[in-house]
Design a protein around this ligand. Structure first.
Ligand code: FPP
Length: 256
């Protein structure tokens, strides 16, 4: 009994420990695998899509928090190239979310100087998904605050295949010699060629896998996992992740 009380007390202290996030060493690029929407809904006896809908609100809150922290790029895994395998109703619901999200939140994002971007295979997206995003990208292209980068119909392996094909075409056309192919050239042929690699990857809901997300770009990122389900994820959780990131020593394969 006493042991359980002590454990509870310790947990309580941990929960109430003020988070110290330093202004220095803020990760420039944070990438998030937003997982656990379905479980969040199931626990409440709601349909899975209710989890996605609430997850959309978490996207907005975390974006504002990231901007305040001084993070420059926030990449959110919203739909993978494999998510088409989900039931038709769920896919249709997910495809409607960007439009709804932007209708509700774009004005505030603009006020916050956020720039919207998107990475993924656009041509496969229905027009009602693609168009509002492209309009938001256009309207925010001169904003200088946080880049909110939606990974939509994105797959890391497919991104690499397409990049490799482009390089192969350059080789065939004689524009590139095989010996010239290096890490820099591959990076330059990926969808993220204008962005720094993520410093920090967050995955919610207790799952610990990459699910085909930014396979090349995450080579030296710090990973942070939490049991919190995405719809419950807040700016405070983001701060927790950043505080832990700041306590880590990145060595990139070398010594200190
Ligand atoms: C994974 O949870 C989540 C997704 C595949 C969709 C993520 C999308 C959002 C959070 C909303 C995106 C918002 C905008 C504005 C585009 P899951 O359904 O696999 O959860 P489960 O593992 O509990 O079933």
């Amino acid at each position: 009994m006493i042991k359980r009380f002590q454990a509870w007390l310790k947990q309580r202290e941990t929960n109430h420990k003020p988070l110290h996030v330093s202004k220095d060493n803020v990760p420039e690029h944070v990438a998030i695998i937003m997982d656990g929407n379905g479980r969040w809904a199931k626990r409440r006896g709601l349909p899975r899509v209710a989890g996605h809908h609430t997850g959309m609100k978490a996207v907005k809150n975390v974006t504002i928090a990231a901007n305040e922290l001084g993070i420059k790029v926030l990449t959110m895994y919203a739909f993978s190239t494999e998510n088409w395998k989900r039931p038709k109703d769920e896919v249709e619901f997910l495809m409607k979310l960007p439009q709804e999200f932007l209708a509700i939140e774009l004005d505030e994002l603009i006020k916050e100087n956020v720039q919207v971007q998107m990475m993924g295979h656009r041509e496969q997206l229905p027009e009602h998904t693609r168009k509002p995003l492209e309009e938001a990208i256009e309207r925010t292209k001169h904003n200088t605050g946080l880049i909110l980068n939606f990974a939509l119909n994105y797959g890391g392996q497919r991104e690499l295949v397409e990049g490799v094909r482009e390089i192969a075409a350059d080789v065939l056309a004689g524009r590139v010699q095989v010996e010239q192919i290096d890490e820099k050239m591959i990076s330059a042929n990926l969808l993220t060629n204008h962005l720094p690699n993520p410093d920090l990857l967050i995955r919610t809901s207790g799952e610990m896998r990459l699910s085909n997300f930014m396979l090349w770009q995450l080579a030296y990122s710090e990973f942070w996992f939490t049991d919190v389900l995405w719809p419950d994820f807040t700016g405070e959780h983001l701060k927790e992740a950043v505080a832990e990131y700041q306590s880590r020593h990145r060595r990139y394969g070398g010594l200190q």
